[in-house]
Write a protein that binds this ligand. Structure first.
Ligand code: RIB
Length: 313
């Protein structure tokens, strides 16, 4: 039978401003364009997995407004099962994103309806957990909901993935129910409360989290690649050498690619490679969900990797 992923997470509408440079504090710059794009870390990951040919259920909330309608229509058209998404009397989540000419960005999220995703809603939708094989969370919904969702998924024997973004501290009762933790270096620093500046510090920080119950940690390091750590081994996967247009949703696309492969055969190295290819294509395009590649595009991706060395920051 086809394997199914469940994403429990945020749905946003992204308002993207393109500028040459990102303004500093107190500075005014002229923008080049303003675009409205479907986003939200949860929705981005759901769309990425679906575009890669896997079944995806989604639990999340939008407002009863035009932005919410547009956001869920986009998810539905991308193949995500939107049947359980709830519409509430709060505005849909919005992200204000500034992208500069180098593809760098900064993001402000106004959670709106995402903040209403609570444990009661998850408990009402237990059937969706039961019919899914792997459950993915991020931190754009309340922490208590994530805690509860991880507990439910774990009790049902599902594989659990947590992308701890945006960065936050994580209690031990969250970590103990996470099978695969996928932070970037900033998020790892926040969770481990350690300085992260080289491979040794990554391994030490990840092993600390492994002692608290996490099985595998995959640290996304942008152009420095991806660092994998489990109890017995660690390894750096260098990144692909591509021209960056927009790094928005780079992490989400990696997770989408990773899950689409891992759900099939639990081969972690193959899944990281698929995640990296998915992200390499995504960052060569503008936008979040609109930048997610299809399965055919990922399979046809052929590009050199950067020379491998030791990761340092
Ligand atoms: O990870 C990228 C996403 O972060 C954007 O789509 C934005 O909505 C914010 O949630």
């Amino acid at each position: 039978m086809d394997k199914t992923a469940l994403v429990v997470g945020s749905i946003n509408m992204d308002l993207v401003v393109n500028t040459d440079e990102i303004p500093g504090i107190g500075e005014t710059v002229l923008g080049n364009s303003l675009i409205q794009n479907p986003g939200g870390k949860g929705a981005n990951q759901g769309v990425a997995i679906s575009k890669l040919g896997k079944k995806v259920n989604f639990l999340g909330m939008v407002g009863k407004d035009g932005l919410g309608e547009k956001a869920i229509n986009y998810m539905r058209d991308a193949g995500v099962n939107i049947d359980y998404i709830k519409k509430v009397d709060v505005t849909t989540g919005i992200a204000i994103i500034n992208v500069d000419k180098h593809g760098n960005n900064n993001i402000i999220v106004i959670p709106g309806a995402n903040e209403k995703v609570d444990r009661e809603y998850l408990e009402e939708n237990l059937c969706v957990f039961k019919t899914s094989d792997i459950v993915i969370f991020q931190l754009e919904i309340p922490m208590d909901t994530v805690r509860c969702g991880l507990e439910i998924a774990k009790k049902l024997g599902k594989i659990t993935i947590l992308n701890p973004a945006p960065a936050a501290e994580l209690e031990d009762d969250i970590l103990k129910n996470v099978d695969i933790l996928i932070p970037n270096e900033h998020e790892l620093k926040r969770i481990s409360k350690m300085e992260i500046d080289n491979e040794e510090s990554i391994v030490t920080a990840c092993r600390l989290l492994i002692e608290k119950g996490v099985d595998k940690v995959i640290v996304t390091l942008g152009e420095n690649g991806v660092f994998y750590v489990d109890k017995s081994q660690y390894r750096l996967f260098p990144s692909y050498d591509v021209e960056v247009v927009d790094t928005t949703a780079a992490g989400d696309s990696f997770i989408g690619g990773f899950v689409s492969s891992y759900i099939e055969d639990k081969d972690v190295e193959k899944a990281i490679e698929t995640g990296q290819k998915t992200a390499a294509i995504c960052i060569q395009r503008m936008g979040a969900q609109k930048a997610m590649p299809t399965k055919k595009e990922v399979e046809g991706f052929n590009c050199e990797k950067k020379k491998s060395g030791k990761a340092s920051f």
